[in-house]
Design a protein around this ligand. Structure first.
Ligand code: XMP
Length: 317
């Protein structure tokens, strides 16, 4: 019978056998899969595992620092790479969503490749690929993978000349969470909503600038922290804020304003393939809207997305 404990015992033994004294590099994203993969590998090979966490300048507010701290608390040997400026420079003036994805994916591979090869004698690239990703990459994935190119699986191994190890590639998401729990990984990390690899880059519906990233991070933090405070976070599968390329008229005191609109999105789903918008309480939406408009300079209007997938996708780009 499959249990998290038996899985951990067998997998750690297999990893020890397979990897011996070899050096291994793993890209951490702050998400559940790469975190669980990291902790498992750490149990198997300890210091021979080096993890890399890249700040692409498109993460949530304070996410880089706080996730890095949690990883260090777990004893992982993790290198945080601040590559914000590179991503922002390369995204300058780019508005087409697929082009943004390609640039973000390419930059990630470049940054990761450089950092990984600073590790002397590194032989293996570990990935947190889970079973549904394996199926996706042989493309039985319905519309979303073909409509939007998801960059987090492909590309990296070919470029890097490393052997690949994927300890979770037979597990489903719920099993990964159970393994994570048995490994004593904090619920705060295990229960995190999915977050797309291209991050806020595909939630800014126009060209990306550091200022737009800042505005969106502020609004997003108010929404997500609000969901936590109102105990709604775990009732939602994924939530986020979109910065629309629309300005609208408002009033502030005696002044006319002409500023940005953001859309809040919160969905229920099991696998992201279909999704329903969540009927969040009006009182909650009112609080979040007021708070965003009062606190985030540059936003004077908040709307709530009431579209389900299909036909609307979860992300707007
Ligand atoms: P859509 O917008 O296609 O999203 O309904 C379905 C799920 O996939 C995530 N998503 C991405 N994840 N790279 C990723 O790693 C991407 O380019 C990407 N695009 C969408 C989205 O956040 C949702 O969870």
């Amino acid at each position: 019978d499959w249990t998290p404990d038996s899985f951990i015992e067998t997998t750690v033994a297999q990893l020890k056998e397979k990897l011996g004294d070899d050096k291994v590099v793993l890209g951490l994203s702050g998400g559940v899969d790469s975190t669980v993969a990291g902790v498992l590998l750490h149990q198997a090979i300890g210091k021979n595992l080096t993890c890399i966490f890249v700040d692409n300048g498109l993460l949530r507010k304070n996410e880089f620092e706080s996730v890095l701290d949690s990883y260090k608390d777990m004893g992982l040997n993790v290198i945080g790479v601040d590559a914000k400026q590179k991503f922002w420079d390369d995204l300058k003036g780019i508005t087409e969503p697929e082009e943004k994805r390609k640039i973000i994916g390419r930059d990630f591979i470049e940054v990761f490749d450089v950092e990984a090869h600073k590790i002397k004698d590194v032989k293996w690239l570990a990935q947190g690929t889970i079973y549904p990703d394996v199926i996706e990459s042989v493309s039985v994935n319905g519309p979303s993978a073909t409509i939007k190119s998801h960059h987090n699986v492909g590309g990296l191994p070919e470029k890097m000349n490393l052997k690949v190890v994927e300890p979770l590639n037979l597990l489903f998401k719920d099993e990964v969470r159970r393994v994570g729990k048995a490994l004593n990984i904090k619920q705060e990390l295990l229960g995190r909503h999915p977050f797309p690899g291209p991050g806020l880059g595909i939630r800014i519906l126009s060209d990306v600038t550091p200022e737009k990233v800042r505005i969106l991070q502020e609004a997003d933090a108010i929404f997500i922290n609000g969901l936590r405070e109102w105990n709604l976070y775990d009732d939602v599968w994924q939530a986020g804020v979109m910065l629309l390329p629309v300005q609208s008229v408002g009033v502030m005191g005696d002044e006319r304003t002409y500023e940005n609109v953001v859309a809040l999105r919160a969905v229920m789903s099991t696998d992201g393939m279909t999704a329903d918008w969540v009927h969040l309480p009006y009182e909650f939406l009112a609080k979040v809207s007021n708070s965003i408009i009062n606190k985030v300079r540059g936003i004077n209007r908040v709307v709530y997305d009431i579209s389900s997938k299909p036909p609307a996708t979860i992300e707007w780009e």
